[in-house]
Design a protein around this ligand. Structure first.
Ligand code: PGA
Length: 221
């Protein structure tokens, strides 16, 4: 179930091919991740100069923080993808409050074609931390200490790292027609194995993916 690729470049190219194919649909609807892992994917997509004018995107999660901060996920997406393609800004969506209105936007889009996910070292997907209900929907969450520590590398210190976020729920993510999980680095291999080959349990949020009928997992060390 886990496709092991030779290099980060190969991982980025492989997933870019899948996104490029999705962009050939009349109205592709994509759920997109942030973090370190997708940087190479976005770089590759930008270099292909694809037509994004008909695409609609939803991001998995956002920190509860000033959206203009350079480390906000809105800034990240503008810098790495949106400002470098012809996607319409009003076709790009980030979780917002009231979260039920964000869920309505996804429902109105009539179904997500592709959801791309990363995985946290504690098994989270989006900001659904261990113990999250498999039925969860978009909502405000407290980040776990592990996640705050992992993400402090972007903010300089744990104190300056946001402690809360709005995240899509596991139930929301699972409604996507196709899901791709990408992971990079030795530090992700153990949790990836536990999630994909171990028990399906809310203690390991990513393990829910074992119950989806169209999931592809790509890993490189
Ligand atoms: P990363 O984060 O790509 O920065 O490792 C993944 C995640 O925490 O979901």
């Amino acid at each position: 179930m886990i496709n092991i690729l030779k290099s980060y470049k190969e991982l980025s190219l492989t997933v870019a091919d899948i996104v490029e194919h999705m962009l050939s649909l009349p109205k592709p609807k994509l759920i997109l991740p942030t973090g370190s892992t997708p940087i190479g994917l976005y770089k590759e997509l930008v270099s292909r100069d694809l037509d994004w004018s008909h695409a609609i995107t939803f991001n998995l999660d956002v920190y509860l923080m000033n959206v203009d901060h350079p480390e906000s996920y809105q800034s990240y997406m503008r810098k790495n993808l949106f400002d470098r393609t012809n996607i319409y800004p009003d076709h790009t969506h980030f979780p917002f409050r009231p979260t039920s209105a964000f869920e309505d936007k996804i429902t109105e889009s009539m179904g997500i074609d592709l959801c791309i996910l990363g995985i946290g070292t504690n098994g989270h997907i989006a900001f659904n931390e261990p113990g999250t209900s498999f039925k969860s929907r978009t909502r405000v969450v407290d980040l776990s200490l592990q996640t705050i520590q992992d993400n402090s590398r972007f903010f300089g210190s744990v104190d300056d790292t946001p402690k809360q976020a709005i995240t899509m729920g596991l139930g929301t993510i699972m409604e996507s027609k196709k899901i791709i999980l990408i992971a990079n680095g030795d530090h992700k291999l153990n949790i990836l194995n536990v999630a994909m080959n171990g028990e399906v349990t809310e203690d390991v949020p990513a393990s829910i993916l074992q119950t989806h009928n169209n999931v592809e997992v790509y890993y490189c060390d």
